[in-house]
Design a protein around this ligand. Structure first.
Ligand code: 9MR
Length: 622
């Protein structure tokens, strides 16, 4: 209602003042027809905007600087109907404007953009704010006012003591779980998302992504190699002599290590693929060395709930082969990175990784079934990709021939997202083969040169396919079609990571431009004229589904800090009530609402923020 009144008022002002008044809108945060990154453009980078306009003829455009001086002019390209937004659009490319400054405007036909900026490093602060997401979602530690942007973001430690035993009792589908005769101290790590669950599967890929950003920057050796040098990030470990990206990742690795089951433990677990309905058949097996899939509350807590106020009992949930392989993979990555930084920690990681790997080989088909209250599922009954990923990480860490031999038996060996004996698919929590290929392509190892060249070529071919999807999209987003999944923004930025690596491997600028297109989309070049990142842009996401940044539910709680990425449009699994209300009235990229209740559209999560760190750091590395 409010919005409508605002628009009417703006229209009235325009009519009354007629030609005297050309500004199109009363409020800078009203939705505009000209959509572009709300964070700005690199001085020498590509500059693209999408304009929602039904005209079938090109529209004249011009860019003016803050004083109104024309900097460039041309005609728009008529794109026409765009499948993912269901809008007729035009695109405007104005890369020739290469003078840094604030207050530029793009005028296209009757539309005018909000002021925008051109700068050498428009994404510089974003990499730090995106990383700060992780500190602020740490469990087991006070979030100190010394390390947050506003005092209301500080909070006491959540789950400071977290010693949990295995869930026992009957689950939602009627399986009776026996529990176990041990407890593990599993404090620490990051909360997964808006909830207070901690999941090894998702924790694994998010950690890998941060560590990969580090490995990528070191391999490149440019200014990015020191972007997170000790003291650059605002975290308690600053000053300890270690890169802050590594310190943040280690906070989660320590938790992942705690989730490993001691040797000699027998547990009754579901083995093999079973019926999705009804009770599971449990078989006692030796689970020593496996990782518990997750630890979370016995019941969902309400929103808001500050972590320290959570009074639910927390349980360990059954081990899974997928979680075990996540631990093996990240443990190996840890072992090779910390070897020269903290040899004891590196050894601990190596031992845990190898123990996990052996446990997974022994128990290849222990899957997670989504039947428990109080937490998400992260279930996956195909772990061939997890095996490939973990083997690749172990190979890159050790150079041991046995791992290479094992890798060569994988259908994913040297595969890229869209090519290879078996394509890896996109990076994601249930699809991790591309992570293995990225590591083989990037990390120094005795991998034969021809094989490294092949895996790089396959990754670049995937990146090219993403680019082509971007070129076929009205908003330039490298995610084609009209099917947008839960966490689409994370999926898009994970594709951008592949494009970033392809740039590093080939030196072809198109790939870097692809990363820019992906970031432009999440920062405002989209049909909702929405920056999906809190604190960034004129229309930033403000009301994430988060139990502490829950101001929208209770003003006693804070609004989000800058740098948190919304999961984004989702027309595939419209699980919450807000999404259900939109269903049938939205199209892929418009199936979203900035609503705290919309957990399937507007949650924030570690696996989505990690590629935001990666891509922002990548773009800033010049
Ligand atoms: O990101 C996950 C998405 O791919 C799934 O479709 C969805 C439903 O299972 O779960 C998402 O993950 C959520 C997790 O289960 C619990 N914490 C919040 C995560 C983000 O919404």
């Amino acid at each position: 209602m409010k919005l409508k009144t605002g628009l009417l008022a703006a229209a009235a002002v325009t009519t009354i003042l007629g030609a005297m008044w050309v500004a199109p809108a009363a409020h800078a945060d009203d939705i505009q027809a000209v959509r572009m990154s709300q964070v700005g453009f690199e001085t020498q980078g590509p500059k693209t905007a999408t304009v929602a306009d039904a005209s079938r003829r090109p529209l004249p455009w011009r860019v003016v600087d803050a004083s109104g001086r024309e900097m460039a002019a041309g005609e728009s390209v008529v794109f026409g109907a765009d499948a993912a937004s269901d809008q007729p659009v035009h695109t405007v490319l104005f890369s020739q404007v290469q003078t840094p400054g604030e207050g530029y405007r793009l005028i296209v036909g009757a539309h005018e953009s909000r002021p925008f900026r051109i700068a050498d490093h428009p994404h510089r602060s974003l990499q730090y704010d995106a990383l700060a997401y992780f500190y602020q979602n740490r469990a087991g530690i006070e979030i100190s006012a010394d390390h947050v942007a506003r005092p209301d973001l500080a909070r006491p430690a959540g789950h400071a003591q977290e010693t949990a035993t295995c869930f026992s009792g009957t689950d939602k589908a009627g399986t009776t779980w026996p529990g176990c005769d041990y407890s593990l101290d599993v404090h620490g790590g990051w909360y997964d998302a808006g909830d207070h669950g901690k999941y090894v599967v998702n924790g694994g890929i998010a950690t890998w992504m941060l560590l990969n950003a580090y490995e990528r920057a070191q391999a490149k050796g440019g200014p990015g190699a020191a972007a997170f040098a000790d003291g650059k990030a605002d975290i308690p470990e600053a000053g300890n002599g270690v890169d802050d990206l590594l310190d943040e990742a280690r906070y989660e690795i320590e938790f992942l290590l705690r989730m490993q089951i001691p040797d000699g433990v027998t547990l009754a677990v579901p083995v093999g693929v079973q019926s999705a309905e009804g009770p599971l058949t449990l078989t006692p097996i030796d689970v020593g060395g496996m990782a518990h899939h997750k630890v979370h509350d016995a019941r969902w807590t309400p929103l808001p709930t500050a972590p320290a106020d959570d009074r639910e009992t927390r349980y360990l949930y059954p081990p899974s082969t997928a979680a075990t392989l996540n631990l093996a993979a990240v443990g190996a990555q840890c072992a090779r990175i910390w070897r020269t930084i903290d040899v004891d920690f590196a050894r601990r990681c190596a031992a845990a990784s190898q123990r996990a790997y052996r446990a997974a080989l022994r128990n290849r088909e222990v899957f997670a079934w989504d039947r428990f209250e109080g937490g998400g599922g992260y279930g996956d009954t195909d772990v061939s990709d997890e095996f490939y990923w973990a083997t690749a990480e172990l190979y890159a860490a050790t150079g041991a021939e046995a791992y290479l031999t094992a890798l060569k038996t994988s259908p994913y060996y040297l595969g890229g997202p869209r090519s290879g004996a078996t394509a890896t698919g996109d990076p994601g929590w249930a699809s991790v083969a591309s992570l293995g290929s990225m590591t083989l392509a990037l990390v120094p190892s005795p991998l034969p040169d021809a094989d490294r060249a092949r895996v790089r070529a396959n990754l670049a071919a995937g990146a090219r396919a993403y680019l082509e999807e971007g070129w076929a999209s009205g908003y330039g987003v490298p995610f084609g079609g009209a099917q947008y999944p839960w966490g689409s923004n994370g999926a898009i930025l994970s594709r951008a990571v592949v494009m970033g690596l392809a740039f590093d491997f080939t030196g072809e600028w198109e790939y870097r431009n692809g990363v820019i297109q992906a970031l432009d989309y999440v920062l405002g070049r989209n049909p909702l004229d929405q920056s999906y990142v809190s604190g960034y842009g004129d229309r930033p996401m403000r009301n994430p589904h988060h139990r502490f940044w829950a101001h929208a539910a209770d003003p006693a709680y804070p609004t989000p800090p800058a740098g948190a990425l919304s999961g984004g449009p989702n027309n595939q699994a419209m699980a919450d009530e807000v999404a259900q209300g939109l269903s049938g009235h939205c199209r892929a990229q418009t199936c979203w609402a900035d609503d705290i209740g919309a957990y399937s559209l507007n949650e924030v999560a570690i696996n989505w923020n990690a590629p935001l760190v990666w891509t922002a750091a990548f773009l800033d590395d010049h």
